[in-house]
Design a protein around this ligand. Sequence first.
Ligand SMILES: O=P(O)(O)OC[C@H]1O[C@H](OP(=O)(O)OP(=O)(O)O)[C@H](O)[C@@H]1O
Ligand SMILES: O=c1cc[nH]c(=O)[nH]1
Ligand SMILES: [Mg+2]
Length: 209
Amino acid sequence: MSKVFVFDHPLIQHKLTHIRDKSTGTKEFRELVDEVAALMAFEITRDLQLQEVTVETPVGPAKAKTLAGKKLGLVPILRAGLGMVDGILKLIPAAKVGHVGLYRDPETLQPVEYYVKLPTDVEEREFIVIDPMLATGGSAAEAINSLKKRGAKNIKLMCLIAAPEGVEVVQKEHPDVDIYLAAMDEKLNEKGYIVPGLGDAGDRLFGTK
Ligand SMILES: O=P(O)(O)OC[C@H]1O[C@H](OP(=O)(O)OP(=O)(O)O)[C@H](O)[C@@H]1O
Ligand SMILES: O=c1cc[nH]c(=O)[nH]1
Ligand SMILES: [Mg+2]
């Protein structure tokens, strides 16, 4: 069974509260999602491997550490996942970015795939699938399927807010994929929206609707 981590860092929680607030406008919403994504990336990358190097400081040689060069791939689920990409890239600029385009059919709530483009070396790369919302779990489970079909073996899922129903679906379909969240909410409503959640992440990020 995969693990679920909820990041309780005060800065993440404070910013998430403003993200949830319906009076937060598009510009501020986008900036806050970007910032929380960066803070979550800081936590999620704790296990990256380091290697020893020697660097010349102005005073002399220093034994120091650099990242061991693990191949990372970020995979935002379009559209809303795009809102988290830049924040993560600020911390991990060498990461490659793939895209999985999915929308949730408003009637059936089933994910419909319309685009997939991944970086090279899929099999050796460590992927972080990103999407602000994990609701029924259909979109995340399908995006992970899409990566696995193309050879991905090492996948993490990072979302701002999840419903317990979505976490259960992903854990059942992908017991090898750990899930990283800023909050676990109460439930889904009859339209498949997370309660209390933040509303429609894509619409709030891009000012549609
Ligand atoms: O867990 P699920 O029930 O599948 O729902 C979550 C999905 O719904 C939203 O995308 P949406 O379909 O609204 O597409 P958009 O990002 O293009 O607005 C959200 O960004 C997730 O991808
Ligand atoms: O609450 C939800 C559920 C799915 N998609 C969203 O954007 N919000
Ligand atoms: Mg949407």
